[in-house]
Design a protein around this ligand. Structure first.
Ligand code: TRP
Length: 334
């Protein structure tokens, strides 16, 4: 039996952080290692340009950074096809075809697009570009070009997957059953809060903990984490449920440690500084193998580029096959 394909990716606008890792990367790695799927991982440089068209250098530089993050946290090029979006022209072609199947009003109602437009006022002013408003259409092309069935992503991506599903249904109802309708796969913690207490961790929010952060950086970020504001003295009883240090212990520490943190905090028997120091150890032991592997690739950018090129060649073959089906269905098979 053919393996189900899964596909996911990231915009190369910066290094990947813990939010990406826990929200979706870990799921991709698990699915990859199960051997049950055929994985495709894209570095979405064209999509990154939709909100960085004025900064091509940044996108170019981060293609390599994201690729190194992938390789160092366990995406294995022998098991997964890792590729660069802009080198698959079929995706651009599909985007044009799909743009007839989606209305401007529907794009403007997409909650993810709406939130992002609000955050990018400085770039877009009063009027957003056609390219940015339309990026869900190109994301639908990314997914359908590979006939991907499963999409491991963070919660913020759900409206984009939903919009892709609508495009697929519309395409199939007009041109005949051709495209595969994908499903999102969410992790247990699809959205990670920042150490500052923000509901989301993000590069632009300035609260991200990066996979590549060194011990000193981790220390600095964790020492600045928001704890229970009502707890003034060390032996005051604390409320772990409002404390970001406890929240992060739940992400990085084992059950016993979490239980101790919770009980000792409530009893006023655990100081915040000691609790933070313990968390620093836990985070550092999770990140240090990733960091070490990353150093290896940082010294060998050519090896990373070769992996991307080999993946892209493989990916292109698949996208071409889908294109033949799509053109036939649309009577463009001259
Ligand atoms: N939108 C994703 C992000 O913001 C990147 C992406 C592009 C993607 N195409 C995709 C994710 C297809 C999943 C499937 O990082």
């Amino acid at each position: 039996m053919e393996k189900k394909r899964f596909l996911s990716g990231d915009r190369p606008t910066g290094r990947l952080h813990i939010g990406h890792y826990i929200g979706s990367l870990q799921n991709r790695i698990k699915m990859q290692n199960s051997g049950e799927y055929e994985p495709y991982i894209l570095i979405a440089d064209v999509q990154a340009l939709t909100d960085n068209f004025n900064n091509p250098e940044k996108v170019r530089k981060n293609v390599l950074e994201v690729a190194m993050d992938y390789l160092s946290c366990g995406i294995d090029p022998n098991k997964s096809t890792i590729y660069i979006q802009s080198l698959i022209p079929e995706v651009a072609e599909l985007t044009v075809f799909y743009s007839n199947l989606v209305t401007i009003a529907r794009l403007e109602r997409n909650p993810t697009v709406k939130t992002e437009i609000a955050q990018k006022r400085e770039l877009f002013g009063e009027s957003v570009t056609y390219g940015f408003l339309g990026y869900p259409v190109s994301q639908a092309a990314d997914i359908t070009a590979f006939e991907a069935e499963l999409i491991p992503v963070g919660e913020d991506q759900l409206p984009l997957i939903e919009q892709c599903r609508e495009i697929v249904r519309k395409f199939n109802s007009i041109y005949g059953e051709t495209l595969v309708e994908p499903k999102a796969v969410l992790s247990k913690s699809p959205r990670i809060k920042g150490l500052d207490g923000n509901v989301k961790m993000g590069k632009s929010l300035g609260n991200a903990l990066y996979l590549s952060d060194d011990l000193d950086t981790i220390k600095e970020k964790v020492m600045g984490a928001v704890t229970d504001p009502e707890r003034i003295k060390k032996d005051d009883p604390g409320n772990p449920d409002v404390c970001m240090v406890y929240y992060y212990h739940k992400l990085f520490s084992n059950e016993d440690t979490c239980r101790n943190v919770c009980e000792e905090c409530k009893a006023g028997k655990r100081g915040c500084v000691a609790c933070k120091k313990q968390l620093i150890e836990e985070i550092n032991s999770a990140l240090s193998p990733i960091r070490e592997k990353r150093h290896y690739y940082e010294e060998r950018p050519k090896e990373v580029m070769d992996i991307l090129m080999a993946g892209t060649e493989n990916a292109r073959k698949v996208a071409k096959q889908t294109m033949v089906k799509v053109k036939k269905a649309m009577k463009l098979d001259y």
